[in-house]
Design a binder for this molecule. Structure first.
Ligand SMILES: [Zn+2]
Length: 182
């Protein structure tokens, strides 16, 4: 079941790249720019935001739940399985249990991470020692926060985190939203 991320309460900035042309397809993919996650993922994101807040940092989210239809559009633009999940297998984003994010400081400035979000290059992989030390440190800070909050990382994208055993969560068709809480 999907729930909206309570961005205001967690101090999270939502900047969904696929609702704009600023993504690897070069055009908007989402009709409805909603930041949604599976309930379990939303709870772990809140925990991670709490840990980040304790050291004066916040999150900027580039993507969360991604409708399976959007996954097809993305795959057509970039059919590289290192960076885009084959829609026939299904992305953890389409299960509502993955999030793409970075760290921002108090003024909302993104911390340097060495590459941009969605950069389909080897420098986007974790464990690169050929990046400026501050970018390495920032990536490790994000990795530590997310790991401590119960997230699994993806070795080829510093910005992507997902729940462990993501494939045990079902793919969720567009529109499968949780009823509003009363
Ligand atoms: Zn992702």
């Amino acid at each position: 079941m999907l729930v909206p991320v309570d961005a205001a309460r967690c101090g999270i900035v939502v900047s969904l790249a696929y609702a704009t042309a600023l993504n690897l397809s070069g055009r908007p993919i989402y009709r409805n720019p909603l930041c949604l996650l599976h309930r379990e993922a939303a709870a772990r994101l809140e925990r991670a935001a709490e840990l980040a807040g304790a050291i004066g940092l916040r999150f900027k989210i580039f993507d969360a739940y991604r409708p399976p239809e959007a996954q097809w559009r993305l795959w057509e633009a970039c059919p590289d399985p290192d960076f885009v999940a084959d829609p026939r297998r299904g992305s953890p984003h389409s299960r509502g249990v993955a999030v793409d994010l970075t760290l921002i400081d108090r003024s909302g400035e993104e911390l340097p991470m060495g590459t941009g979000f969605d950069a389909t290059v080897e420098q986007s992989h974790h464990g690169r020692t050929d990046l400026p030390a501050d970018a390495q440190r920032n990536r490790l800070t994000l990795l530590g926060i997310m790991t401590a909050a119960g997230w699994d990382h993806y070795s080829k994208e510093w910005w992507h985190y997902q729940l462990f055993d993501a494939r045990r969560y079902p793919l969720i068709a567009d529109g499968a939203l949780a009823p509003p809480l009363m």
